[in-house]
Design a binder for this molecule. Sequence first.
Ligand SMILES: *Cc1c(COP(=O)(O)O)cnc(C)c1O
Length: 406
Amino acid sequence: MSDSATSTSVDPAWEQVGRFGRFGGRFVPETLTRALEELTDEFQRAQRDPAFQAELDGLLQDFVGRPSPLYHARRLSERCGGAQIWLKREDLNHTGAHKINNTLGQALLARRMGKRRVIAETGAGQHGVATATACAHFGLECHVYMGEEDIRRQAPNVFNMRLLGAEVRPVTSGSRTLQDAINEAMRDWMASVASTHYILGSTVGPHPFPTIVREFQSVIGREARQQCLQRLQRLPDTLVACVGGGSNAAGMFSPFVSDSAVRMVGVEAGGRGSRGGEHAAPLNYGAPGVLHGSFSYVLQDEDGQTAPAHSVSAGLDYPGVGPEHSGWKESGRVEYTTCGDAQALAAFEALAMCEGILPALESAHAVWQAMQLAAERSAEQVILVCLSGRGEKDAAEIARLRGIAT
Ligand SMILES: *Cc1c(COP(=O)(O)O)cnc(C)c1O
């Protein structure tokens, strides 16, 4: 085993089998091994194929609206009274978040593999909508697994998926939420691999998904790095991103991993407290274990059973986390903190009032952490936040929590 406690980057030999230090891997039934190997090969070929890259770049430009702007949050910085806070505006992407970067890339892979049917899981519905959007663009059949409980809570996204031509399949097992939707999608895939590609929504699951999703999302960090060098003539001092499964954070962080002067902070959902069932922060309060085909930090009870997660933000409400983040935690390359429900709501309000931007509640976790760091730093320091999505989807819930009539 590699000396993960001292390494600062992923050992290429481990990358071959999808390892990040001792984390990652592929813990799946035999029937899926072949499909995952086929996917690994196709992804490696696509990455070396200029035609694939050109088509993806063209779509990211014309369909998604990339590059997303780098924005100086001047009034928010003034309010914190310290470092300068800059935002990478993934909220301005088509469909309102970073998730479309991954679904377009994977839909292109599906087409290359000659697979005409796509399945996906979704919790809050954001990944479901981004997948349905990519499938509509390419004319692919799309089935989205979604827990019955989430279908009830996220009705507008269910409606949008159907408008985009996707079939939403209710999942009635377990807690009837995201975790069960992933299990159900995996079950479908085992029976349908020949004709179907599974578009996973975050840097989780068995190899090669964590690597594929990180690579498709790393357009965030590549653009941000170039934009900082152009506009500020230097790299940012600190990067901050929220961590659910970890895709927007991995996309932001990975192009900066070898810039050892750049500090990186991942923010997990601290929820209502640090006891079991009150948060969704496996890197802070969980333990290593296997969930959804990968070895990583997981929320567990005393018997090693996956424990329930809680966050005010549906997109962070997941008991696991991508294995690369577990690797970065153990190597010390990235620090992982928490931001609670109430603090995220305060950051939502601060960004709305100071900058005229409604952030997604997920992204508000990163904004809150950036505000804390900014207050402790001098005015020359630059803190760059990944604003992973927009907050219109959360406005009604926030109004309800704050007792504002809608
Ligand atoms: C889904 C989502 C997240 C959490 O997912 P990651 O894979 O951790 O990025 C964060 N922000 C927004 C806006 C989302 O929709």
